[in-house]
Design a protein around this ligand. Structure first.
Ligand code: B12
Ligand code: SF4
Length: 525
């Protein structure tokens, strides 16, 4: 596996439109070291499905790459939250009492499943097309979806394709330099040798200091960049990599590592400033697994926000933030630097359930973070994610979640708080998956990409005995909110499907319904 690379084509495999920051980061990294390597970034998301194969062929003929780097970001139809219609149909299919509703849901669900398989299949076929028609080209693959489902995907790709789990800079560089890329290279490779799947480890993580994206260069290699220009576009900016926590359902530490690596604040803000001034972007998302990873992260977070304010960048930003770590100072800086709507993964209002999931925060601190935000004049919306029926859930802990919601409403006011049911989705290589395999809930060798009804039911984690109670509260609330006019929400949250769930505000309805069902029972006891 060797040979120097003089030209690279990065292909952003189709997904719901989101700025291809992963491949842009890789291209920038290679360019700084090898400015003579010709590169192009090609976004298949903005090309209609029926035209994608031909568009890719044309691009390959034009660029004549030695290496094609495919970036596969998302494979998910069953987002386990209320904004996603597929969750609703799945719940109706499994739990509705009315057989007609179940039938309708199964037909609609089948449509989703078909689209899902067709999406995966058509992405895989692109590799086979290149393999057949351009056999000299080397191919690599990486990205969030590939890293999550590498074991399943690599089997379906041509033998020479080199997959990378997690960060890809060093691996692509080795490829460019003609160094071997196999299980001995110190990279998280995954590839096929005949029927055997080979994997490698990466003991030394990539250094992410010392660069801020060269936006003019990205502009020069990304002809479709206009789709991400302007005040309505959202651009992802990474400020750090890694997360030290161990939340049992979460894949991010597996993807990014547990050791937190920081980019200097100055470099982060220079990058924001370039997108701001050159592309007219006003909305940013800190793509960090976690923006405030702990007290050690305060200096960097504070400096980033101070610099945004000092440079008078009139932006709206968001990201994943541990509310429990928001200090008074941070809250003020967040508000002054333009923090927008925030998703708060409270998960449960029960400390015992949170501890069982190894979430590593105290509810008191989360409430305190909300108070600091309020005091600082925060006007945005708080999307409050509840993962009902997490391991250890009881009727009592469900009621504690209802109380948790009420506590936050008392702090911020109902207008700002949007509870959202976000069931735990089981993902490979997480502590939760491991635990459920040990308990026999999942069987060894199950395929997480197989959408049989049995698999869907298991992977949208809502186990007995509370499953029916929770599902009926959801279905009732969704029916009620669908029949009344939902309020359009003045919000352009980065994930548009979540905004849909917010308009209905059905999460509130579910929680209150659960409270009504469970409270009388308990007072009778
Ligand atoms: C930030 C984020 C978001 C933000 C994005 C905001 C924005 N405007 O950018 C928001 C909240 C909107 C979001 C939404 C969703 N997300 Co998201 N998101 C992330 C997160 C935390 C970081 C992604 C990121 O940009 N990282 C920074 C860049 C620099 O890294 P990167 O893209 O991963 O690229 C690096 C490597 O992957 C690799 N690489 C990438 N491509 C290639 C190619 C080659 C050849 C090589 C060698 C390497 C390589 O090298 C790059 C540099 O090191 C990841 C989890 C994580 N920690 O990675 C999930 C993640 C990507 N999201 C995921 C999903 C599913 C979604 C949703 C579809 C969920 C939903 N609601 O249904 C939505 C919709 C996304 C969309 N297309 O619109 C999944 C994907 C896995 C899967 N199941 O398919 C992830 C992995 C989270 C998870 N569930 O574990 N997301
Ligand atoms: S949920 Fe957030 S804090 Fe917990 S491990 Fe994942 S990224 Fe880290």
């Amino acid at each position: 596996m060797s040979g120097h690379m003089n030209s690279i084509l990065y292909v952003w495999l189709p997904c719901k439109k989101v700025y291809p920051i992963g491949p842009a980061t890789l291209a920038d990294f290679v360019h700084r070291r090898y400015p003579n390597v010709r590169q192009r970034l090609f976004d298949l998301s903005v090309i209609p499905q029926s035209k994608r194969v031909n568009a890719l062929r044309a691009e390959v003929r034009d660029v004549r790459p030695d290496l094609v780097c495919f970036s596969w970001r998302d494979i998910q139809i069953y987002s386990p939250h209320e904004g996603d219609e597929s969750l609703e149909y799945a719940f109706r299919f499994f739990y509705a009492r009315n057989p007609i509703k179940r039938l309708v849901a199964s037909l609609k669900g089948l449509k989703f499943v078909y689209t899902y398989y067709r999406g995966i299949q058509s992405n895989l076929s692109l590799f086979w097309t290149l393999e057949r028609e351009f056999p000299a080209i080397r191919m690599m693959i990486g990205g969030g979806a590939f890293s999550a489902f590498a074991d399943q995907l690599i089997e379906k790709l041509p033998e020479g394709v080199i997959g990378i789990l997690g960060e890809g800079e060093d691996a692509v560089l080795k490829m460019v330099e003609g160094k071997p890329l196999d299980e001995t290279s110190g990279e998280r490779v995954v590839f096929r040798r005949g029927k055997q799947i080979i994997k490698g480890e990466k003991p030394i993580p990539t250094t992410i200091e010392g660069v801020s994206m060269d936006v003019p260069y990205i502009s020069s290699i990304f002809p479709q960049r206009d789709s991400y220009h302007g005040a309505l576009a959202t651009i992802g900016v990474q400020t750090k990599r890694g997360c030290p926590y161990d939340c049992q359902f979460c894949l991010y530490p597996y993807l990014e590592g547990r050791r937190v690596r920081y980019r200097p604040a100055e470099e982060v803000v220079t990058e924001i400033s370039q997108y701001y001034h050159q592309w007219g972007v006003r909305r940013f998302w800190f793509t960090d697994a976690q923006f405030i990873t702990g007290h050690e992260a305060y200096p960097q977070c504070i400096e980033i926000l101070e610099r945004i304010i000092a440079e008078k960048l009139d932006i709206e930003w968001s990201g994943y933030i541990r509310t429990s770590l928001i200090s008074q100072e941070l809250a003020h800086l967040m508000v002054r630097s333009g923090v927008g709507d925030l998703e708060v993964a409270i998960t449960s209002g029960s400390q015992a359930v949170l501890n069982g999931l190894k979430m590593g925060f105290r509810l008191d601190s989360l409430y305190q973070g909300c108070r600091y935000l309020k005091e600082a004049g925060y006007q945005g919306k708080i999307i409050l994610n509840f993962s009902l029926n997490s391991p250890g859930e009881t009727e009592q802990t469900l009621l504690e979640s209802v109380d948790g919601y009420n506590t936050i409403v008392e702090i911020l006011g109902e207008k700002q708080v949007y509870p959202m049911l976000f069931f735990l989705g089981i993902q490979p290589n997480t502590g939760l998956e491991q635990r459920l395999l040990e308990e026999g809930y999942l069987s060894h060798g199950y395929n997480p990409l197989n959408l049989t009804p049995q698999n869907i039911k298991k992977l949208l984690y809502n186990p007995a005995p509370l499953n029916k109670l929770i599902a009926r509260a959801c279905l009732g609330a969704w029916d009620r909110t669908r029949s009344r006019q939902s309020q359009p929400v003045d919000m352009q949250y980065a994930d548009s499907s979540l905004s849909k769930g917010l308009e209905a505000k059905s999460g509130r309805d579910v929680l209150l319904t659960l409270g009504e069902i469970l409270r009388p029972q308990r007072t009778q006891l």
